[in-house]
Design a protein around this ligand. Structure first.
Ligand code: PEP
Ligand code: MG
Length: 589
């Protein structure tokens, strides 16, 4: 039966495919397709894992039997019997085989998919004893996964995902696209799925400018977040339509709906095709104002997408993605240098703005909160971004040296996130000089950088002259500026209706930041999601903004808007919006 789930639209377009429900605890399991001739090998890996676990259990049973009756643990013996029974369970075995044979999932993915299917059946059982057996099943699967992790896959090292997906699709009988449905995805999980087989994403939680949503947007595939109980309502393998423009998920669609959305999907493709013709058109307004359109990137390889979209540089490289999902083992100076250098070289002489690490808030290093055991604290107000860097000067210096070294290969702007205090500015500048001194005494090549500050805390936006004295340029992080001005957690879908980019308080901070920087003759850009929202382009131009940084996928649509604008007329209109009690009401004028 068809039903719809509503959430927040975060990444445009329509995806139609079969649902893959991934539990939070299974995010780290590899998801890839295997070729037809590797299916048997995958099944053998599973059989082997099961055999190893059965033998392990057998050994424990044996040692229990060797204990005297007084030392025996009857509950443990019973539990082991249950585990053995679950391992032989027909539904588990044949279900897993189905995902491998019919869908070409790799063994681990097939196993966790079937676990999810059976787990739901356990959840629905009336008998509490049987319901609790779900935990046993999870343990058994975990043991098999551990065995498979330890035993190298005989499958050749996975090729890049898009190629794999295409290859498999051409061979597979069931070549429907897949869409991922999860309760939550951390930004690091999302990044892991960047090179994956999924054509769309839905999560139960998350706000429009949560970092998970930001990464989804950077992948340029349809996504809906904050869809509440989608991961419970949707079943494994259900047909699903994700409408990333409307924030709607249609489950088990009727043929008529499928045809309708299929048509919309094709229309979207035609529109993209049309926009792509603007790639080499200069971004100049009707009244001759040149507008700088820059790209936001998360990884060095994203430089290619930036160039493809016609970006004239990178306005924000979020370096924290190099630090995430590594079990606390941070990248050293050399690894960072290589990554930054790749981004700089990838941009072929165009400037790259490298932001120092911004972990914390909704960007934990790993899945756990930044500081384990302290999750009752509010991480958005805690040791985040520059605060985290200044708390560990050795780590920060390593990053600064890596960035300065990368600057020997092309133009680099250094950008510091979340500054609020003069003392933080002074400490940062001192450390930048120290890093440079260290490179000089090592005799290591490095380059000059322009120094910029992110304006994303109201305290910073209210003390712009301080920032203009010390920095070459400013970059407004509207995602956080809105969050901190309105006291709305950007990652919390429960308050997402209050997350208002055109709240008068936000607009005043934004307008005064832009105008003060311009009066001082310093560069100012916006690199928050507002910059890539075509609904905001006119207002930002009217407020005097001439430099926008956004995901490559949004650049051409924003450019199209710019080509139709007259900044003189917009400046007058923007003043009325600024003075309005309800600016949103004037936005359509
Ligand atoms: C912002 O806050 O607007 C910004 C660009 O930084 P991030 O989204 O990474 O916090
Ligand atoms: Mg920010």
């Amino acid at each position: 039966m068809t039903f719809t789930v509503h959430g927040l639209a975060v990444s445009r377009g329509i995806a139609i495919g079969r649902a893959v429900i991934v539990a939070a605890s299974r995010m780290d399991v590899a998801h890839y397709f295997v070729k037809a001739d590797q299916v048997e090998t995958e099944i053998e890996r599973l059989r082997n894992a099961r055999r190893v676990v059965v033998e392990e259990i057998g050994r424990v049973q044996q040692s229990l039997a060797e204990l005297g009756p007084s030392d025996a643990h009857p509950e443990l013996a019973a539990l082991l019997d249950v585990h053995l029974m679950l391992l032989q369970d027909e539904q588990l075995t044949s279900g897993v085989k189905h995902w491998i044979v019919d869908r070409h999932y790799n063994a681990e993915w097939a196993l966790t998919t079937q676990l999810e299917v059976i787990g739901r059946q356990f959840d629905e059982m009336e008998d509490p004893y049987l319901r609790e057996r779900k935990a046993d099943l999870e343990q058994v699967v975990e043991r098999m996964l551990r065995v498979m992790r330890g035993v190298a896959s005989p499958v050749a090292a996975p090729a890049p995902a898009p190629a794999r997906a295409k290859e498999a699709a051409s061979e597979s009988a069931a070549d429907a696209p897949l869409v991922l449905i999860a309760h939550d995805l951390s930004p690091a999980d999302m990044l892991q799925f960047k090179q994956s087989v999924f054509a769309g994403f839905v999560t139960d939680v998350g706000g429009k400018t949560s970092h998970t949503a930001i990464v989804a947007r950077s992948m340029d595939i349809p996504a809906v977040v904050g869809a509440r109980s989608a991961s419970h309502l949707i079943n494994q393998d259900d047909w699903v339509i994700i409408d990333g423009d409307a924030g709607v998920v249609v489950v088990d669609p009727s043929p008529i709906l499928l045809a309708e959305y299929g048509f919309k999907q094709r229309q979207g493709e035609v529109e993209r095709e049309r926009l792509s013709r603007l790639k080499n058109t200069p971004a100049v307004t009707l009244d001759g104002q040149k507008i700088e359109l820059l790209a936001n990137i998360e990884q060095p390889d994203d430089a290619a997408a930036a160039l493809k979209a016609g970006a004239v540089g990178v306005g924000l490289f979020r370096t924290e993605f190099l630090f995430m999902g590594r079990n606390g083992k941070l990248p050293d100076e050399e690894e960072q240098y290589q990554a930054y250098r790749r981004a700089v070289e990838g941009m072929q002489g165009l400037p790259v703005t490298i932001r120092t690490v911004d972990v914390g808030a909704d960007k934990p290093l790993d899945r756990a909160p930044v500081r384990a055991g302290e999750d009752h604290l509010n991480p958005a107000l805690g040791l985040r971004a520059i605060r985290w860097s200044l708390a560990d000067p050795a780590m920060f210096l390593a990053q600064l040296r890596a960035i300065l070294r990368a600057a020997a290969h092309g133009p680099v702007n250094l950008l510091i996130p979340m500054l609020a205090h003069a003392s933080e500015i002074h400490q940062t500048l001192t450390l930048v000089e120290k890093a440079r001194g260290q490179l000089e005494s090592r005799g290591q090549a490095h380059g000059l950088v322009r120094l910029g500050a992110m304006i994303e805390v109201p305290a910073a936006a209210l003390t712009i002259p301080l920032f203009l004295r010390h920095f070459d340029y400013l970059s407004v992080g509207t995602n956080d500026l809105i969050q901190y001005t309105l006291a709305i957690d950007r990652a919390d879908e429960a308050v997402s209706h209050l997350y208002d980019p055109v709240h008068p308080a936000v607009l005043h901070l934004l307008a005064s930041t832009i105008s003060q920087a311009r009066v001082a003759g310093k560069g100012v850009s916006v690199c928050g999601e507002m910059a890539g929202d075509v609904g905001m382009t006119r207002l930002l131009l009217g407020l005097g903004l001439r430099s926008f940084s956004m995901h490559p996928s949004q650049i051409l649509a924003v450019k199209q808007q710019i080509l139709r604008c007259d900044t003189g007329k917009l400046a007058t209109w923007a003043q009325t919006v600024l003075a309005a009690e309800d600016p949103a009401a004037l936005m359509a004028d």
